[in-house]
Write a protein that binds this ligand. Structure first.
Ligand SMILES: [Zn+2]
Length: 384
């Protein structure tokens, strides 16, 4: 937390518009927001921003990545030092809060991951993104839609006693579940009782099975369209169930590979704006420039900007950073306040966190600054 008082001036990305003004920060909290009389640029787009024709910075709430496996050579499952490295690496991409995310592993390994994150959280570096807990993407996934998860380690919820689940509960904020698996609906109820957000994904669910998962309390959808049944007009599945339920949030990996940009309007027109959020799904290789690495023990290679399981075309997470994803979304025509909310306010709201994510008095000053083309202005970053 940055002590003292300072002021940031520029284009403020507010809840529903972009306006010229100043933010006063006191001891890490927003103490005042003053708007200038002139210059309100409602729905400033990337085009509008570059035509906005001044070089005052854009100031926005810091980004929040709820689904990220690693960055900058550091793996979320690599222990405390790797978690610190990862926190700093994503902070360089304007991420101020995140959930270190495990891939499928043995229950013993997931317990070690959970213990590591819990022990590390109080000591997370001040110059890194702040951890909000952790996310488990596996092991309760469908083998048929496993993507880059190790099939030998997948489990049906019915085969795991609650006593073992309970050891994972503290700090767990989000878990991906395939709702069609035996015991999945009980697992969803277990999670909901503990305030854990269930995200449906890596699933071969029919439309009805997906609806049953949401009815049981699941509230989100893991990397929409990827590793799930889609919108076939005669046998619709999870993707369509997610798109048509206004209460349900969806993750988008906006790297242009996981969902091609031509399909994005289907999402942005169908989902209420506050139900879309960006995730990186980045792996440790992201941000390193290296061509080969591993995820959950499986070899991964980078081919034309895509991370794939070595020797296959199966996507294995991404190498996109959240700031690039925001830029891509704005370039596709989404109003800037909506794109920023998808990377800040919306994922926080899903976790029930309301003390940050907006430029408003009384909020934590987890703010970031960009030039009008949405490139990072490192000098104006206001801390976590
Ligand atoms: Zn993932």
């Amino acid at each position: 937390m940055t002590a003292g008082r300072f002021e940031l001036a520029g284009w403020l990305v507010l809840d529903d518009r972009v306006a010229l003004g100043r933010v006063t920060v006191e001891d890490g909290w927003i103490a005042a927001v003053e708007l200038d009389e002139e210059g309100t640029a409602a729905g400033l787009s990337s085009e509008g921003a570059s035509r906005g024709a001044d070089d005052r910075p854009l100031i926005a709430p810091g980004f929040v990545d709820l689904h990220v496996h690693g960055f900058g050579g550091f793996d979320a499952m690599g222990g405390p030092d790797a978690l610190s490295g990862m926190a700093r690496a994503v902070r360089a991409h304007q991420v101020t809060s995140f959930l270190p995310t495990a891939v499928t592993a043995s229950l013993d390994a997931l317990e070690r991951f959970a213990d590591d994150v819990r022990a590390w959280m109080p000591h997370a570096p001040e110059d890194g993104a702040q951890p909000l807990g952790f996310n488990l993407e596996g092991p309760f996934l469908s083998e048929a839609r496993r993507g880059a998860h190790d099939p030998a380690l997948l489990l049906a919820p019915a085969d795991v006693p609650t006593s073992r689940l309970d050891r994972l509960a503290e700090g767990l904020r989000m878990i991906t579940v395939a709702p069609e698996l035996p015991g999945a609906l009980d697992l969803i109820a277990w999670a909901v009782e503990r305030g854990v957000v269930v995200s449906l994904g890596h699933s071969a669910a029919t439309f009805a099975q997906a609806q049953a998962g949401y009815a049981a309390g699941a509230r989100s959808t893991t990397h929409l369209f990827n590793a799930m049944t889609g919108i076939d007009h005669r046998s619709p599945g999870l993707a369509l169930a997610a798109l048509l339920d206004d209460a349900v949030a969806v993750e988008l990996i906006a790297d242009g590979h996981h969902v091609v940009p031509e399909v994005w309007p289907l999402i942005t027109r169908l989902k209420p704006p506050d139900r879309l959020f960006l995730v990186s799904d980045a792996i440790a290789l992201a941000g390193t420039g290296a061509g080969q690495g591993r995820i959950g023990g499986l070899p991964v290679e980078i081919a034309r900007g895509r991370a794939v399981l070595a020797g296959t075309s199966t996507l294995a997470g991404s190498v996109v950073a959240l700031d690039t994803a925001v830029r891509n979304l704005v370039a596709s025509g989404l109003p800037l306040p909506h794109a920023i909310a998808a990377a800040s306010r919306n994922p926080l709201a899903l976790l029930g966190i309301s003390d940050r994510g907006r430029i408003a008095v009384g909020q934590r000053a987890a703010l970031v600054a960009f030039d009008p083309q949405l490139r990072v202005r490192p000098e104006a970053g206001a801390g976590p």
